[in-house]
Design a protein around this ligand. Structure first.
Ligand code: S3P
Length: 177
């Protein structure tokens, strides 16, 4: 069984994921890092040179690659849950934990970052709010949702570990259809 972290850019998937893996004694896998390694190019360059549809196809390949493994905390790119096929792959692989943050906090966490191609031309609060709204149903398709707004990475990781234990998630999972 694995833990799959989903959520919008800037919700803390990578930093929380690394810590959560340590707490659970799991191995940490970052799907975006795998894509960068496979392609030998940055996410920005993949979007710029090959386009988003190509990136999304490599993202699905990367998601498939962890099938059959267990004991992983997998952090996914913010748009990985958009494709129903990817959500199906994640469901088969483990427990889906969705990280949430307010649009204001996302904007402040991402301020000065230039590695998010989808926010390159417009990283305004309005843009982030619109994307969050458009993606909400895909993020809501999760076993556990945790609001990270105003919380420290350590506290979020502890909260997830506690919830996984409380819900007996690794043996007795309740999922949305
Ligand atoms: C994306 C999020 C990014 C990365 C790519 C697309 C998205 O990952 O996969 O830029 O569609 O939200 P992070 O959520 O790790 O920034």
């Amino acid at each position: 069984m694995n833990v799959i972290l989903t959520g919008f850019m800037g919700t803390g998937k990578s930093s929380v994921g690394k810590l959560l893996a340590r707490l659970l004694g799991f191995r940490y896998v970052d799907l975006d890092c795998r894509i960068v390694e496979k392609e030998g190019a940055s996410i920005n360059d993949i979007f710029r040179l090959k386009g988003e549809p190509y990136f999304r196809s490599v993202e699905t390949e990367a998601a498939r690659e962890t099938a059959g493994e267990s004991g992983l905390v997998i952090s996914t790119g913010g748009g990985a849950v958009l494709a129903p096929e990817n959500r199906r792959i994640f469901r088969e692989q483990g427990v889906i934990v969705n990280l949430i943050a307010s649009a204001e906090e996302i904007c402040s966490r991402l301020k000065g970052c230039d590695d998010r191609p989808l926010l390159k031309d417009d990283s305004s609060l309005q843009k982030v709010e619109a994307m969050l709204q458009a993606r909400e149903a895909c993020y809501a398709d999760a076993d556990i949702r945790i609001d990270t707004t105003g919380k420290k990475v350590e506290d979020v990781a502890q909260e997830i570990a506690r919830k996984l234990k409380e819900t007996g998630t690794f043996g007795n999972r309740t999922r949305r259809a």
